[in-house]
Design a protein around this ligand. Sequence first.
Ligand code: AMP
Length: 282
Amino acid sequence: MRLIKEISQMKDYRKKIKAPQTVGLVPTMGAFHQGHLSLLRKARQQCDKVVVSVFVNPIQFGKGDDYQRYPRNLSEDISLSEKEEVDVVFAPSLEEMYPQDYSTFVQVGGPLSSTLEGASRSGHFKGVATVLIKLFNIIKPDFSYFGEKDYQQVLIVKKVVDELNLDTQIIVLPTTREKDGLALSSRNSYFDEKEREAATILYKSLKKAKEWILEGEKNSWRIILEMKKLIEKELLARIDYVAIVDPNSMEETQNIEGEVLIVLAVRISKIRLIDNVRVRRG
Ligand code: AMP
């Protein structure tokens, strides 16, 4: 396995891999957990060469976000990558990705980027789209692997790839969870015992909502209200948003028909978590 830190070296490596050999990319911000590993394993099964990028991307964090204290553990990520038979860990420095005079950004317009995560985290998707376009241009992956946990991000990435005519196929994998349902996240490492327990309220409320829908409740508003009541009972939790949306557009739905996505963002103490589940009626 190789550790590459320079863009020019990464490009040289890529140039030597010729079709029909395929390259899979797993873009990450590091501090690996089993969710990351599930993406690496899928890429390993499907591709001849697997590249994992590890880069904490400052431009997708807002003011007051946790960029400075975001967990970083490159040496552990490298040894986990080795175990998963990854071919390259691409871990560029900040200066390598964004030199001092850097000024080019990819702005995704439309309602998809301005609702929910887009509304709560101004500039977030611009930062995500920009770094991903850079990684796609450097690594030219045939396949790129993303987690459904960041559902809205997946829709944005698909839109960018489609609209900018990029040649990578987006593969989406289900959310890996702890036994009690908490979605794995690098941010879970911030929690003390009480907060960790409180964090289970996200999945508990999603599961309840799913049950209500499957029992026949069709009114989104009533479900959201009940979910909010449930979450507010948890003293450490502060709701950012709870919504029931069309899984293709992220537009809110009033009446539940066919497939819907229940999404939420909740702060546990100061840590902001997101999660979602999909539900199909009938
Ligand atoms: P991150 O390092 O948090 O930027 O995540 C890198 C990739 O891993 C993204 O595509 C995430 O959606 C995905 N991911 C994060 N958490 C999970 C999880 N619990 N299950 C599956 N994929 C995940």
